[in-house]
Design a protein around this ligand. Structure first.
Ligand SMILES: [Fe+2]
Ligand SMILES: [Fe+2]
Length: 188
């Protein structure tokens, strides 16, 4: 059964927020590293599917949404830059926690704007059928989306789709080795 696109996106948001809470409660650098890696994977996929399908659909359906969407793209960009920095940083680095704390704050702000401003507009402008169809598109896109941040890659269609899959396969090799690679190859 198809899932409403907005329900799917909110589930993503909730999953990431649970990881944020776990990070905030942890004082073990090894655990924190693992949590940041999970956050990176979730947010990289989530950002790309929004950029590829949700934001363009919003701009198409709602003329006044353009400003919000352009800001959202800039917020995604800053999140990707921070995740990219965290990827290279040891969890014992004195900047690690501070960087993650600022990332958490900005993602929570971004999510709040999506859920309170953008999503209600989308819900009004699109039919139930269109939202379900978009949900199916998102579910499929998740299977091949990049799992690492690429702050310098194009973030608007059609260019982001062209680089999508090869990048996702490479990501899987770099991040977690065989386990993730198996996942990417299986999910195709
Ligand atoms: Fe977003
Ligand atoms: Fe989002």
């Amino acid at each position: 059964m198809a899932m409403n696109a907005l329900t799917l996106l909110k589930q993503d948001h909730n999953n990431v927020d649970q990881l944020f809470s776990r990070f905030e409660q942890s004082d073990d650098p090894i655990e924190k590293r693992q949590i940041v890696d999970k956050v990176t994977e979730h947010l990289s996929v989530h950002a790309v599917i929004e950029e590829e399908f949700v934001y363009p659909a919003a701009r198409k359906a709602i003329e006044e949404a353009t400003g919000l969407v352009l800001e959202a793209l800039e917020e995604h960009h800053l999140v990707k830059v921070t995740l990219w920095e965290l990827e290279k940083m040891a969890p014992t680095d004195e900047r690690f926690d501070a960087k993650m704390t600022v990332l958490i704050e900005s993602v929570r702000h971004h999510v709040e704007e999506e859920e309170n401003e953008l999503f209600p507009q989308i819900r009004e402008a699109m039919t139930q059928e269109e939202l379900d169809e978009l949900g199916t598109t998102l579910e499929n896109a998740k299977l091949t989306a990049p799992t690492r941040p690429h702050p310098l890659a194009p973030d608007t269609p059609p260019l982001n789709m062209i680089v999508g899959l090869p990048v996702a396969v490479l990501d899987a090799v770099i991040t977690t080795g065989k386990e993730a690679l198996g996942k990417v190859l299986n999910r195709r």
